[in-house]
Write a protein of this length. Structure first.
Length: 432
């Protein structure tokens, strides 16, 4: 199928499913190099409109606003806005009906579901403008790397889907010129070599892209037209980036977001994750936890939402060489709220990230791992191969820096980390 046909099919499909997709795309392109002050003005205008809408149409948020004496219809008050209690995923689930706006107010809505790494299932209805904006933000990110959405691509998603769902997705993927990989399967990945020269971009679960890179090292000639490799939904570790660079000759880029929060940031060619300022407001609390307000989420308002991630923001005076003034998320350091339980203390699970990151940079050694805790004071480190005595000692030494005598570390070799469907988890707690 020639590329002009793929382009035509994509645009016809977008016109049916997302009528405002290219309207928002052009709008985002027009603000791509806007100044910091211009972006802030756009944010403030959209935020004020959203807050007025939520006050009038969402009982849950109306109550939160009244609790702090805030009526956005009387004007924008930043102090009162920031005093609004942050909302968690459990809040969105428990107060779903009071948050969800009457869908008859919208021309079109999409049913959405998000479980994420927390395991809590959230369902909501996303209005077409919100859905189209998310997709437009993604298209703008593609454009930074010279990629068109109708170009042939490989998509790692839909892990462990049902046969019927797989069939439906394969039909959809055919129409949008996409080869979807549902499961981590060595033979399936190697079969992609036959179409390697057609691939313009690769995207999906970061861990599965990493596994592909390990199976297909030095594949630059095979994937010689590859312009973008983009990981999303999972933590991107330093050795993931090294493996992708080795295999394909280009960096592993990041798209950061969530189903309920939308696309929060997209990595530019200079390697910086720029916040989609036109669509989200990013705050962080004293613990570095990111708090998101989605500025286009009218059907199911997402206001001061604690996503559950700890992030490090770049300094405000930092200027990216790409010329964009959008704020930069320097690093997503890990999940907050998940604890490793010691004998007398608890530790955030993101300490695991630092343990293995330190080993990577200090010892030039990448170790794939999954930590499982069944009992307080004990932590099992699973790896895909038998670690050497030196490697085990590195882990023990780094662990002692964080846990001291609180945690006893043991090691076990496993054939796979994917014991559960969906996202790869670096830490699993079975302590009730």
């Amino acid at each position: 199928m020639t590329n002009w046909i793929n382009k035509l099919l994509f645009k016809l499909g977008a016109r049916i499913r997302n009528p405002r997709l290219f309207y928002f795309f052009e709008e985002l392109i027009s603000t791509d190099t806007s100044s910091e002050s211009a972006l802030k003005a756009i944010q403030e205008k959209k935020l004020h409109e959203l807050l007025i809408w939520a006050y009038e149409h969402s009982p849950y948020y109306r109550k939160l606003f009244i609790d702090v004496g805030f009526n956005p219809g009387l004007g924008m008050d930043w102090e009162k806005f920031r005093s609004i209690s942050p909302t968690s995923k459990s809040d969105l689930i428990q107060n779903n009906n009071e948050i969800q706006v009457d869908t008859t107010k919208f021309s079109k809505v999409f049913y959405c579901e998000s479980s994420g790494t927390s395991g809590q299932v959230l369902t909501f209805k996303r209005n077409e403008e919100w859905d189209s904006f998310i997709r437009a933000a993604q298209l703008r990110g593609y454009s930074w790397h010279g990629v068109n959405p109708w170009d042939f691509n490989i998509y790692f998603w839909g892990y462990n889907s049902s046969p019927l769902k797989k069939l439906k997705l394969r039909i959809l993927d055919r129409l949008v010129n996409r080869n979807r990989i549902f499961d981590y399967d060595e033979s399936s990945l190697k079969n992609l070599i036959n179409r390697g020269k057609q691939v313009s971009y690769i995207e999906g679960y970061s861990s599965m892209i990493y596994e592909m890179a390990k199976l297909l090292p030095d594949s630059r000639d095979t994937f010689k037209n590859l312009k973008l490799v983009k990981g999303t939904s999972e933590k991107i570790f330093p050795h993931y980036k090294s493996a992708v660079k080795q295999a394909f000759g280009i960096p592993l880029r990041s798209e950061y977001g969530a189903a309920e929060a939308g696309i929060i940031a997209f990595e530019c060619p200079e390697g910086n994750m720029h916040v989609v300022e036109e669509g989200v407001l990013v705050e962080t609390n004293s613990n570095g936890e990111i708090i998101i307000t989605n500025l286009v989420s009218k059907s199911f308002p997402i206001i001061r939402y604690k996503l559950g991630d700890a992030v490090e923001m770049e300094k405000d005076d930092y200027k990216c060489h790409c010329g964009r003034s959008h704020r930069i998320i320097k690093e997503v350091t890990g999940r907050v709220g998940k604890n490793i339980v010691g004998q007398t203390k608890v530790f955030p699970s993101l300490t695991l990230y630092y343990i293995f990151k330190n080993i990577y940079f200090e010892r030039n050694k990448s170790i794939d791992y999954q930590a499982i805790q069944e009992k307080a004071g004990e932590l099992e480190i699973n790896t895909l191969y038998e670690l050497s005595s030196a490697e085990k000692q590195w882990i023990l030494d780094q662990s002692f820096k964080y846990y001291k005598e609180e945690i006893k570390i043991s090691f076990r070799v496993t054939s796979s980390f994917r014991l559960e469907k969906g996202k790869l988890k670096d830490f699993i707690s079975r302590i009730t």
